[in-house]
Design a protein around this ligand. Structure first.
Ligand code: ADP
Length: 256
């Protein structure tokens, strides 16, 4: 069974005076354990789509199903990482992670949640920073902690909304590799990942399949058949060829 299924989904933002149609008739299937990137320019509806998957907003028409069940409220099986403000500012990093683990994994004691949090934070290189508050960390460290927290939670689906958008290129590269390693370490029980980006290389480095969006709709779905880790192919003709194809689709509207 497909993990995530959208059928003819439309969504409008409505306020007292007007209505804005952000998604129109989107149909999409995402497989169990698949890593997909939603790629498209600002304002085309990527974040709106992610909110619908998480059950943070509900479609005006059509249906979103997770494990075959229609989404009617925030989905327990989803962990979400945003570009910023993903951590609770009033909790230490250790507490941030332990709190979410305890609330998502039934049956764990407080001590066990803390131990799991410490192991996850150590795995992302934050063993020495657990007692710090988010405001005491760099942007990259904060996102590292947010990703550790999302992976530590007992959720089968991970939704990321431009999580590295505010970081410099080097930090971004490190975190992309970390995210891919964590996802890969799931082996046969990999999490299903939906990653929003407007960066072609980020999508090409990470995705099993790139889903292109144009305002309000999905315009193309391209499977990426390049072995991982793809960084090894940077600059090679194979990488350049796939990149050129993605780039052509991405800039299609501008070329018309
Ligand atoms: P993206 O993530 O691709 O940048 P969004 O999903 O954030 O796009 O937004 C899609 C469209 O919906 C944009 O035109 C945006 O201005 C509009 N939009 C987003 N949030 C709201 C809102 N809360 N109220 C009204 N319009 C919104």
């Amino acid at each position: 069974m497909a993990e995530i299924q959208l059928e003819d989904v439309s969504f409008s933002y409505v306020d007292r005076t007007q209505s804005f149609s952000a998604l129109r008739g989107v149909s999409l299937t995402i497989r169990d354990g698949e890593f997909v990137c939603l790629l498209g320019p600002s304002g085309c509806g990527k974040s709106t789509l992610l909110h619908l998957l998480a059950g943070l907003r509900l479609p005006e028409r059509g249906s979103v199903r997770i494990h075959g069940v229609p989404v009617k409220e925030p989905v327990d099986d989803c962990a979400v990482v945003f570009q910023s403000y993903s951590l609770f500012p009033w909790m230490t990093v250790r507490k941030n992670v332990a709190f979410c683990i305890q609330h998502s994994s039934r049956g764990l004691t407080g001590r066990e949640a803390v131990q799991k949090a410490e192991a996850c934070l150590a795995a992302v290189g934050l063993a020495r920073d657990m007692e710090k508050y988010p405001c005491q960390l760099s942007g990259g460290m904060r996102q590292r902690a947010a990703i550790a927290r999302a992976f530590a939670m007992d959720a089968g689906i991970l939704l990321l909304d431009e999580p590295f958008g505010a970081l410099d290129t080097r930090m971004r590269g490190g975190l992309q590799a970390l995210l891919e390693d964590l996802w890969n370490s799931g082996g046969g029980k990999r999490k299903t990942v939906v990653f929003v980006t407007h960066d072609i290389d980020e999508a090409l480095l990470l995705a099993d399949r790139v889903i292109f969006m144009e305002p309000g709709r999905v315009s193309a779905e391209i499977p990426i058949e390049l072995p991982r880790p793809r960084k090894a192919y940077l600059g090679q003709p194979l990488y350049a060829g796939i990149r050129a194809r993605l780039s052509g689709l991405y800039y299609k509207e501008d070329q018309i």
